[in-house]
Write a protein that binds this ligand. Sequence first.
Ligand SMILES: [Mg+2]
Length: 369
Amino acid sequence: MLTSKLSAAAVSSSSSTLFLRSNFAKKINSIVNPSLCNSVRPIVGWSCSNKSSTRRKMDSSASSRVVSPRASAQQLQDPDQLIDSVETFIFDCDGVIWKGDKLIDGVPETLDMLRSKGKRLVFVTNNSTKSRKQYGKKFESLGLDVSEEEIFASSFAAAAYLKSIDFPKDKKVYVVGEEGIQIELELAGFQYIGGPVDGEKKIELKPGFLMEHDEEVGAVVVGFDRYFNYYKIQYATLCIRENPGCLFIATNRDAVTHLTDAQEWAGGGSMVGAVRGSTQREPLVVGKPSTFMMDYLANEFNISKSQICMVGDRLDTDILFGQNGGCKTLLVLSGVTSLPMLQNPENAIQPDFYTNKISDFLSLKAATV
Ligand SMILES: [Mg+2]
């Protein structure tokens, strides 16, 4: 049910508490010390306000959970044991299911095998440039039978978060990001302004120039944005600093992304960092490794998190996301993390298991028959 009632513990600088005055902002039930925040820790703690006893309580302790060194990850030897121990697999997409526009070997057969065993499959991505429906088309174009309801992109998470706090429909959302966020906001019934169209706007400074902004903006959502510019930074800053109660929501804080396979490119964290710098506010993060999406999924499907295995190719987002949620974790080496990176003594994030690619679920089984 999309209208699951979640509530958030906002991470905010002390100055921002001045803005938490409106009705919807009152739903934010605690302020967490921003000094706890960094790129590899969850920066938002969530608790469940749903009184229904049939729904599982959400884990509100994630915000204060500190990643402690774990035993080194084990190489996956017995996939059946892992498969039998959980009811749901959450897959990251890029580097796990596909690389760019190319499907990774053996993925369709592996997903079919897991479905035949009755496992629930969910696909989660921090990429906010597409909506769930657009992601559905990407799966389809790669020959994968995945429904929209099984896809959780951070664009959807931003809209789901606003719904969870009963963000007023007469308020507006200012979007720093691409089409995916706009589509999801529209589907959820929220009014928005900004987005790619503001990428064409320029500021011409003249003496005494004052930039106007819409005082009805009650939230700014910042995601990856190839049309990012100074106009958007200033507009977002004015909304967050001057509109009482205005929320600052980030789809993710990824330092880098992989627009091409030739190099790493500045990720969504660079846009979020610019607005954080000018507002001195910490964002509410709805994507990985924050536990919002995990809590949402567990609540939505009524799944115990101990019955979930998170499969991903990144340690500081995917594996941390799984660990913050209390799930089992499997790192695949088919994406951005290599075995030397995993085994580097400075790396404190150790998944439960690692393997080369998800089709090892099949080949390892065949090897043990
Ligand atoms: Mg990935």
